[in-house]
Write a protein that binds this ligand. Structure first.
Ligand SMILES: NC(=O)C1=CN([C@@H]2O[C@H](COP(=O)(O)OP(=O)(O)OC[C@H]3O[C@@H](n4cnc5c(N)ncnc54)[C@H](OP(=O)(O)O)[C@@H]3O)[C@@H](O)[C@H]2O)C=CC1
Ligand SMILES: CC(=O)C(=O)O
Ligand SMILES: [Mg+2]
Length: 589
């Protein structure tokens, strides 16, 4: 093909005919031209057959290949004679998985399956979601990241390190899929509550995206996990001979900002404006800034700040049905004033202000936060990070959580500190002493970092607590009654939120969409659930829940004029359901 000179550098020649892309649509971002003078990867499409087909996880069906398919695709002799349908394969694999007593072995077995037979992996995950979520997600994914170097087999996702500076667009082009709809990206600096795990944080984008598919119905081929490796400050990893990342201290400041800028630009150039970028497990000193910097130019959201806020608000709205009163009647106290804590606090304040029509500043006064130095109060304002300042209310300084609980007398206590065992017996007893039904959320992950266990919350409160946690806990029997804890985890939100953004062709994320997602999730809790003390619906119904969340988010995108996929479908719930990926095997001609 003849090459033409690019006259539309930096979008300066928008009226020039050359700037019009296919279909006469003006190529506003220069996506059609941007790559002309850059190296590109030559793409080929071929039909997989024989040995290659068996080793292609996207198309492999193992013993489920029919006789006809075995003939047509040169599989004779490459498989034993037996035929086994997908249901039987699933039964066999679940049986095998249950033999492993060590959670990490189950994780490795699931990753192996994903690499071997993608549809079977998703079938297992969808059909056994409550059993397998703790395997591919928190808590086990945390341990997997800590040991990622040792358990590393085949690379998953894209690794973009400082070595790729200046070449990020080319790196993106090495990824075999072209039609990417969702990217989950981390720099590994705050992996769950486990701190800086550097390049080994890759387990998180991989895990989150497997939930995008299993829980939200996004196609696996449309999902791209990315880890940006700017080094690590974790000495243990730097000295670990099996560490898979760059062996250097973290780049910061301009060097960091430039790499991220190049990444964000390259993503938009390569995949267009409607690819959703989910920031995940960045440390808060970068997370807030990246979100505010890119939210006006890209379709971005931060799961730890915004997704968490949305899921916790949903839990609070449901809990109100058990506790009584309105949102504005509550007083909130957070242990932890970082991404999760201040993100949740702000969304609660937004919803409160929406309900009462009072200014948000008034709503914020009902919410208090404690950080590692104690209660956030106005006398500390000067030295506070910017995201804490709105929460610096008038009060005498208080150092300990217990004293803060006694002074503030919250109706709802939220743990977002990343530090385990911080909701002590005294704290829980104090909550139960002035609340008939204290709401206690221990949101930190993984289980080791949970502020308290479900058993502790129920027994120390003598069965009064309404409890949810970030990582799952089993039901607890106390005084002859069974209490079923909820899982307040952003996994309820991001798959449906992402689906809603994609099906509407949204170009930006707005707080109204997060509120819509919270309300949609809360609306899925039925009287039957409340009767069991549940404030979140069971994960078994998650695909239906995600479709409802997606519909509300999409509706909001249309209402706000941010949706580009027109016309607007009449029934957004059934439209969302119809867009969902199914893991059933396809028949090959
Ligand atoms: N359930 C869910 O869906 C989610 C759970 N999380 C979990 O929340 C936790 C926190 O994440 P994130 O907010 O992003 O982390 P950040 O690092 O942004 O914030 C942590 C906050 O906790 C405070 N803190 C740390 N140690 C103590 C302590 N001993 N006493 C009181 N405060 C303390 C820090 O104080 P200071 O500012 O003074 O350093 C900081 O304000 C993690 O465990 C994460 O896994 C996160 C997202 C979603
Ligand atoms: C759940 C989650 O996103 C976290 O713990 O970071
Ligand atoms: Mg996270």
């Amino acid at each position: 093909m003849e090459s033409t000179t690019n006259t539309m550098v930096n979008g300066s020649d928008l009226d020039n005919n050359n700037a019009a892309g296919g279909g006469g649509v003006v190529d506003v971002y220069g996506e059609d031209f941007a790559t002309e003078d850059q190296l590109i990867t030559p793409w080929t499409v071929s039909v997989a057959s024989g040995y290659t087909l068996l080793r292609d996880p996207r198309h492999n069906k193992g013993l489920a290949f029919t006789e006809n398919e075995r003939d047509a695709h040169y599989l004779r002799g490459l498989l034993p004679p037996a035929l086994m349908n997908q249901e039987l394969q699933e039964k066999r694999l679940m049986h095998n998985l249950r033999q492993y007593k060590v959670p990490l072995q189950r994780y490795v077995a699931m990753m192996d399956l994903q690499e071997r037979n993608e549809r079977l992996f998703y079938k297992l995950l969808i059909d056994n979601v409550e059993e397998l979520l703790p395997v591919v997600y928190t808590p086990t994914v945390g341990e997997a990241c800590q040991k990622y170097g040792s358990i590393f087999r085949r690379p998953q996702g894209l690794y973009i390190s400082l070595k790729e500076k200046g070449k990020i667009l080319e790196v993106l082009k090495n990824w075999p899929e072209r039609n990417i709809q969702v990217i989950v990206v981390t720099d590994g600096e705050r992996i769950l509550g486990l701190g800086d795990l550097g390049c080994q944080g890759m387990g998180i984008p991989v895990g989150k995206l497997s939930l995008y598919t299993a829980l939200g119905g996004l196609r696996p081929s449309a999902c791209l996990p990315i880890t940006i490796d700017v080094g690590t400050n974790n000495e243990q990893l730097l000295n670990d001979e099996f560490y898979i990342g760059l062996r250097q201290k973290r780049a910061t400041g301009q060097e960091y900002a430039e790499l991220l800028q190049e990444f964000m630009t390259a993503v938009k150039q390569n995949y267009g404006e409607k690819v959703l970028i989910q920031f995940e497990d960045f440390a808060n000193h970068n997370a807030f800034e990246l979100l505010s910097k890119y939210s006006s130019s890209h379709l971005v959201f931060n799961d730890d700040i915004q997704g968490t806020a949305s899921v916790v608000l949903a839990g609070i709205l449901s809990a109100l049905k058990l506790v009584g009163g309105t949102l504005a009647d509550q007083t909130f106290l957070f242990l932890g004033a970082g991404e999760a804590g201040t993100g949740i606090a702000e969304l609660i304040a937004l919803e409160m202000s929406k309900q009462t029509k009072a200014p948000i500043e008034e709503a914020r006064k009902k919410i208090w936060l404690v950080d590692s130095k104690g209660l956030i109060v106005s006398s500390r304002k000067e030295s506070l990070q910017h995201f804490k300042k709105p929460w610096a209310h008038e009060h005498a300084p208080i150092k300990s959580l217990l004293d803060a609980v006694k002074a503030i007398k919250p109706t709802m206590l939220m743990g977002t500190s990343g530090v385990g065992k911080t909701f002590t017996k005294e704290v829980v007893e104090a909550m139960a002493s002035f609340n008939e039904k204290p709401v206690i959320f221990a949101l930190s992950n993984p289980t080791s970092q949970s502020e308290c266990t479900a058993e502790e919350a129920y027994t120390w409160s003598k069965g009064q607590a309404i409890f949810a946690s970030g990582s799952p806990f089993d039901p607890v029997e106390y005084n002859g009654k069974v209490f079923v804890p909820g899982q307040g985890n952003n996994a309820y939100i991001f798959p449906g939120l992402g689906l809603g953004l994609i099906i509407s062709g949204a170009i930006r994320v707005r707080d109204e969409m997060l509120l819509a997602a919270s309300e949609a999730l809360a609306a899925q809790v039925t009287q039957e659930h409340f009767d069991k003390g549940l404030i979140y619906p069971p994960f078994t119904n998650i695909r239906k829940i995600s479709a409802h969340i997606a519909a509300k988010v999409a509706a909001k995108a249309y209402d706000l004029g941010l949706a580009s996929r027109l016309p607007r479908p009449k029934d957004l719930v059934s439209y969302a359901e119809s867009c969902m990926y199914s893991p059933m095997y396809r028949s090959y001609r």
